[in-house]
Design a binder for this molecule. Structure first.
Ligand code: 3PY
Ligand code: MG
Length: 265
């Protein structure tokens, strides 16, 4: 996909439209607190890259610099906000996130809270101001007009409660898609770390079936990607898929090199 934006507020519609029309849309995940890593990750062919501010030490200031490093490269910047919090979402969007992934959404009310925080009035309660996304005021009007329709809101389904409430969550206007966190889900179902446990597979199936009925994208994070689990996810009907995490990619390739040497010595 050709994704370059004209300015910070120049939304890269093809990714947003892909999510809304349930086309396959592949991203990846950043946990390393480094603009250099972000430059590398965003220069590959991932449609989107999420910066994880929930399970890392990446602050909003550091996120801001990571986003600067991604600007003009191939992938659009998403953020997994640290929590479902009005200010966390507002700052993430003002600093340059084109999509938010909101963790731990278990109910329709919590999904509504996330959408409200992400939308300008009258649809929501996001505050207006000069920010990077409107080029510090230069494109204020244009950005204010386009933002509500152009920012992707994805909520994470990572508990038994959320799976039970999936239909109500998908009914919330402004939720563009849902994204399964398999590890938290395994914790919630009492089979910690067993992401292939039948309980988790059945829960995922329920989420996909509901997404099919509500015409919304079902997503999943494949934390340890293999040819087999990527193929399986696509066959099951997942559309919005995150492949891997920078920390895993780094460890795996560093490990592979040292293992080659061990074999030669
Ligand atoms: C989970 O597996 O719970 C996640 O949040 C992965 O991103
Ligand atoms: Mg999680």
């Amino acid at each position: 996909m050709e994704n370059r934006s004209r300015n910070y507020g120049g939304f890269m519609r093809n990714v947003i439209d892909a999510i809304r029309t349930r086309k396959i849309c592949i991203g990846s995940w950043i946990q390393i607190n480094s603009p250099t890593v972000a430059e590398i990750m965003a220069s590959l062919d991932y449609d989107w890259i999420a910066v994880d501010c929930e399970h890392t030490d990446i602050t909003i200031t550091e996120f801001s610099n990571i986003i600067r490093a991604m600007h003009g490269r191939k992938s659009i910047p998403f953020i997994r906000v640290r929590e479902n919090d009005e200010l966390a979402i507002r700052q993430a969007l003002d600093m340059g996130a084109q999509g938010i992934i909101v963790p731990m959404v278990h109910t329709a009310d919590q999904a509504r809270k996330a959408v409200l925080a992400a939308k300008y009035p009258p649809e929501g309660i996001r505050g207006f101001c000069f920010s990077r996304m409107n080029d510090w005021g230069v494109n204020f009007d244009e950005y204010a007009q386009k933002a509500n329709d152009s920012i992707t809101v994805v909520v994470m389904i990572e508990s038994k409660e959320a799976v039970n409430n999936i239909d109500e969550i998908l009914e919330v206007q402004g939720v563009d898609g849902v994204f399964i966190g398999p590890y938290d889900m395994s914790g919630s179902y009492g089979c910690v770390g067993q992401i292939d446990n039948d309980l988790i597979i059945q829960a995922q199936k329920k989420v996909i079936e509901s997404c099919n009925r509500y015409n919304k994208s079902a997503g999943i994070h494949i934390v340890l990607p293999t040819e087999q689990n990527i193929t399986d996810a696509i066959e099951k009907g997942f559309k919005f898929i995150a492949l891997g995490v920078d920390v895993v990619y780094l460890r795996e390739s560093a490990k592979r090199a040292i293992e080659i040497i061990k074999d030669i010595k």
